[in-house]
Design a protein around this ligand. Sequence first.
Ligand code: NAI
Ligand code: MG
Length: 355
Amino acid sequence: MTRKVLLLPGDGIGPEITAQAARLLDACRKAGLDIEIEEAPVGGAAYDAHGEPLPAATLEKAKTADALLLGAVGGPKWDALEDRAKRPEQGLLGLRKHLGLFGNLRPALLYPQLAGASSLKPDLVSGLDIMIVRELTGGIYFGQPRGIEERGGERVGYNTYVYSESEIERIGRVAFEMAQKRGGKLCSVDKANVLEATMLWREVMERLAPEYPDVALSHMYVDNAAMQLVRAPKQFDVVVTGNMFGDILSDAAAMLTGSIGMLPSASLNASGRGMFEPCHGSAPDIAGKDMANPLAMMLSVAMMLRYSLDENALAERIEKAVGQVLDDGLRTADLADDSSQAVGTRAMGDAVLEA
Ligand code: NAI
Ligand code: MG
């Protein structure tokens, strides 16, 4: 059956890196992958063309696609927009919400060729390969009630940290299954000594554990997890946590790998369909200059093949090709020690395709 992939280039460097991903998908198609590729506007580009960051036509295409590949959204051009509903990031948030993308996979994988780029000493990070599974549609970012109001003569700001058992269970299962496919170790991060919502989180993880006898479940408080992540990051394999803790820990883990230009991500829903995107933003400072590193985006294609299209062999070929170009010494400006030796976005795309 022909599967549908929807490209959402977005803003800034989004279109440039999406172009490289599209070439890669084309090569996959020539190698026998049965896919149909469509494209739709999102973010600031969609606002400029259609007055909405997530036009109805884009959402319709997204709902029928088997997988979505998103570049990045946002930029200074739209920062002054008063109406929050029209801002570029609403395109991204709207897609997450409408497609129910609750399972965010954030790998922190250090390519050995780039060990020198890490913020930690090479021996602490060489071989680092962590998968953070972050719950993406619940927790304190969405909990009600929320607001800022007058109480007793001063203003009070408040948010609600809330998770239901079913929400915890479904992200728990994603994480246990991930741990089964990887090293068999799962660390659940909470603050169960203080927050009731995370006491429940811990209880549900414990309840699921016997169903996955091949996974060793452990628990860690989030403050300790932050400490351990910079002290001895290689102790982690799969980490599962809520929306806010996951937001913070996954960005910290990302920096252990050196460059934001190398990191893909996935956001999956209950049917296994998902949106795949680099972790970085639209990099307006280098947009349109053929300087962006396309590898995070190309590795997002690999994640898409693995997690939504069940094409592991193709995914591995892409990941190997990326290793190969790094072995060959190719570096975009964000990775290069000597910027005069750096290759451009398109040349890096050429090299990966060649490999
Ligand atoms: P950013 O990730 O866009 O850029 C941070 C720094 O990293 C910049 O110096 C940039 O040049 C560099 N960089 C990022 N990706 C790169 C790549 N592939 N190759 C080489 N260098 C790269 O984050 P920033 O500056 O905070 O945000 C810029 C815009 O992107 C904002 O409008 C923000 O809202 C948006 N944004 C969008 C995201 C998304 O679409 N998922 C995520 C984060 C930010
Ligand atoms: Mg973040």
